[in-house]
Design a protein. Structure first.
Lengths: 293, 499
């Protein structure tokens, strides 16, 4: 699904492209920025996010001088914690999306290729998982396996599987009727090979968009799980836990809640803008609708 | 004009007369109901059949009474027993019961009820959570309707205190089985309603034997979330939160003239409990290293926002027999590292740290985790709900370290219990406790209590952190609530509203 050069588009369409481009650019910039901050936190943070022992005497200092975002109730530097928290959020969401893609996409391809009762079984099991509210499922899984970042990843990953399976199957089904697929079958290729060589490259666009959206949902889910104490455990910083720890202090030390809250909002906003932009750019159906409108 | 003036004067006179007439009524119309906030809902309402502090915090002294009762200052006061005589050998207690006492269901209270209650509590199949309180009782005899004779098999110095606990209240034989859901006692308040998950309502007992309560109605409302608790008090939806869960917000209440913030003491020794039976904690050097690694004041400041008194042993600092042992293992990470190295753990340790829900444990746990990290001990935090905590560390001894507050009064005796979750076994300590139980001389008892305190600190059984403060918030006009918590109770007998 190659992109037509901009100059080939009518003028009105070009203006629309710029507008779409804008959300894509803003989204990409925010996302890259957050990723850069997360990577930076591996080698440098303004302060140790987890000093041993904790500098209790420094607690709840408002944003100023040495601590740009202030300090939390144990005297830790909020900015450093947010930087490390970014790394944690991204890692959890990334691996969870990886699980969803790694299991969901093959399932979807397989279901579309085989059809019949196996397709039904796979998709009904998917529906079953899908029918649970995602967070409820995650809470159930972490309650079962015990709290912790690894289990949060598994939990968020599991509710990503049906999303990717369903999207892949839907798109693949329509491709199986195309002439080039028929041609490949006539040429004697097996359905596995066709799925990999012809179907997968053509559903990749949709998957990239879906992955971006699931990524932002994953970050929200990690924050929510950590907020209720089932996600990332101390001493690792987590945006969700920072929020839950600060809720009774909002009245007299608002900075401990505002900064992690902003971090979540900005990251999720950035990923959603990026996802929207990518979809507008890559989804052939949307583009066709636009050009005929 | 004149007529108008006269008319208004007349109206004014009428108004004054009306006001004068109304004034006494206004005074009488002071509020007679109260809503008390509690963080945990009691699992049932029978203090003789459950260990949860929340049970006593609703029904003790309000619905149920014992032969004796514990007053606001921790002293033993007469309750259903108007007086008592102790035989010269200290083994026979003769209680003279109050006359004219009835249970809330109208049946009369007499010596048979006392015999039934005490025999039931100490029976083989008793579900009483504090059976040790009754261990010294040999027999209970109803001499006549208003006289009970209790014979002990051994001396028990704290007997009158023990039978003042919520676990030793007197219940009626006919209603004992239903007390869990419909408690029937002899107290100044009667049970009225329990909306599970929300509140318990009590109403005044019009036939109370003693001075009747001034409040007509009391509601205990259960709000587990600290933020919601804060909002409920601020909005005056609850009139008092005697054990307020979020100490960080107390400054806001203090600044508000509508509220009184009363910080008192509790019997809650908050400890970093150590599984003495499990390696490497069976080595005293490791336990001493932990003790040296903990900066108590940092834990109090960070977890409790400064509310709490450091302790060096398992004993309440406001008790006369308390010994200050906080300097026996001063905060000294270097010394802690050296002790660990001596014990053969110079390259560090990885242990589990299981934390129950209260903020002293969860926050204290994070601070202690970092303090331990400073001496090379990696503590992996595991947050548990109360039911899990009871099942794993407390009953199953399945833990390395945990943080908990022991809120029962005078509970140093738990260190003599072989089955207790510390897994601490010391013949020397048991000998002290045995002698203590056989001693009634106050001076000697104090000495023995002090020996006991020193013994467990010498053995570094646990890391003793701080005595939990009872930080209560209540409406400034509400008077007569307890500032301290010598027993688990919200005694509303003397509570009233000031105009």
């Amino acid at each position: 699904m190659s992109m037509e050069p901009l100059t080939d588009l009518p003028r009105q369409e070009r203006g629309r492209w710029r507008a779409q481009h804008l959300s894509l650019v803003i989204g990409a910039a925010i996302t890259l920025g957050i990723i850069a901050i997360a990577l930076l936190s591996v080698v440098w943070t303004p302060h140790d996010p987890n000093p041993t022992p904790l500098p209790i005497a420094e607690r709840l200092k408002p944003p100023a001088g040495a601590h740009w975002f202030g300090t939390d109730l144990y005297g830790r530097d909020v900015l450093s914690m947010i930087m490390v928290g970014a790394r944690n959020s991204i890692l959890v969401a990334l691996v969870a999306v990886g699980i969803g893609v790694g299991i969901g996409v093959p399932l979807g391809l397989f279901a579309a290729a085989r059809r019949g009762w196996l397709d039904d079984v796979i998709m009904r099991v998917n529906d079953l998982v899908f029918a649970f509210p995602a967070l409820l499922l995650a809470i159930m899984i972490t309650a079962l396996l015990g709290p912790g970042a690894i289990n949060a990843i598994i939990a968020i990953g599991i509710f990503n599987i049906p999303v990717f399976a369903r999207v892949t199957r839907g798109a693949a089904l329509s491709l199986w009727t195309r002439e080039y697929v028929l041609a490949a079958r006539v040429a004697g290729k097996g359905s596995a090979l066709i799925s990999i060589e012809h179907i997968l490259p053509n559903v990749a666009n949709i998957l990239v968009v879906q992955a971006t959206i699931q990524f932002s949902l994953g970050i929200l889910a990690e924050a929510a799980l950590s907020y209720v104490g089932l996600g990332t455990q101390p001493p690792m910083s987590s945006w969700g836990r920072m929020l839950s720890e600060s809720q009774t202090m909002f009245a007299f030390a608002p900075h401990v809640a505002i900064f992690p809250g902003l971090a979540i909002v900005i990251t999720v906003l950035g990923l959603n803008l990026l996802g929207d932009g990518l979809r507008d750019m890559l989804d052939p159906r949307l583009r066709r609708e636009r050009s005929t409108a | 004009m004149r007529r108008a003036l006269g008319k208004s004067l007349g109206l004014a006179a009428l108004a004054v007369a009306l006001l004068a007439g109304l004034a006494p009524h206004a005074a009488l119309a002071a509020r007679t109901d109260v809503t008390i906030g509690m963080q945990l809902e009691p699992p049932n309402l029978d203090p003789t059949g459950g260990a949860a502090a929340a049970i006593d915090e609703v029904v003790y002294a309000n619905v149920f009474e014992g032969l004796t009762r514990i007053g606001a200052d921790g002293s033993v006061l007469p309750a259903l027993a108007a007086s008592w005589d102790i035989s010269d050998d200290g083994l026979v207690y003769t209680f003279n019961l109050r006359d004219g006492v009835t249970f809330h269901d109208g049946t009369a209270f007499d010596a048979e009820d006392v015999k039934f209650s005490l025999d039931r509590a100490r029976a083989e199949d008793s579900t009483n959570a504090q059976k040790a309180l009754f261990a010294a009782i040999d027999s209970v005899e109803a001499v006549d309707a208003l006289t009970v004779k209790v014979t002990l098999s051994r001396l028990e110095g704290a007997f009158l205190f023990n039978i003042g606990w919520g676990d030793a209240v007197i219940v009626a034989q006919e209603t004992a089985a239903d007390n869990a859901t419909r408690p029937v006692g002899t107290g100044p308040f009667m049970f009225s309603d329990w909306v599970q998950g929300d509140r318990v309502e009590l109403v005044r007992n019009p036939d109370y034997w003693g001075k009747p309560a001034q409040l007509e109605k009391a509601t205990f409302k259960f709000i587990s979330d600290p933020t919601a608790a804060f909002a409920a008090v601020m909005a005056e939806d609850v009139d008092a939160f005697p054990i307020f869960p979020a100490t960080e917000t107390l400054a806001q209440f203090e600044a508000d003239p509508r509220f009184s913030v009363v910080v008192g003491s509790t019997e809650g020794e908050t400890i970093l409990a150590i599984n003495n039976g499990r390696a490497p904690f069976d080595d005293i050097k490791v336990r001493q290293a932990l003790a040296h690694a903990i900066d108590r004041q940092a834990v109090i400041d960070g977890a409790m926002f400064g509310y709490g008194t450091p302790i060096g042993t398992h004993f309440a600092p406001h008790h006369p027999a308390y010994v200050d042992l906080t300097s026996q293992y001063p905060y000294d990470p270097e010394r802690a590292r050296a002790l660990l190295a001596e014990a053969g753990h110079g390259d560090g340790l990885t242990v589990s740290l299981k934390l129950p829900p209260p903020s002293y444990a969860r926050r204290g746990g994070e601070i202690i985790q970092q303090q331990l990290a400073a001496i090379g001990v990696t503590a992996e935090i595991e947050n548990l709900e109360w039911a899990q905590w009871i099942a794993e560390p407390f009953k199953g001894k399945d833990y390395d370290l945990t943080i908990v507050s022991h809120t029962e009064p005078m509970d140093i005796g738990i260190y003599a219990r072989d089955d207790y979750y510390f897994d601490y076994h010391s013949d020397a300590f048991k000998a002290i406790m045995t002698e203590l139980n056989n001693t009634t001389d106050p001076a000697r008892r104090t000495e023995l209590f002090q020996d006991a305190q020193r013994r467990i600190t010498d053995d570094a059984v646990n890391v003793f952190l701080f005595e939990l403060a009872k930080a209560g918030v209540w409406n400034a006009k509400l008077k007569g609530l307890w500032a301290n918590a010598p027993v688990q109770a919200n005694d509303l007998t003397g509570a009233y509203w000031e105009d």
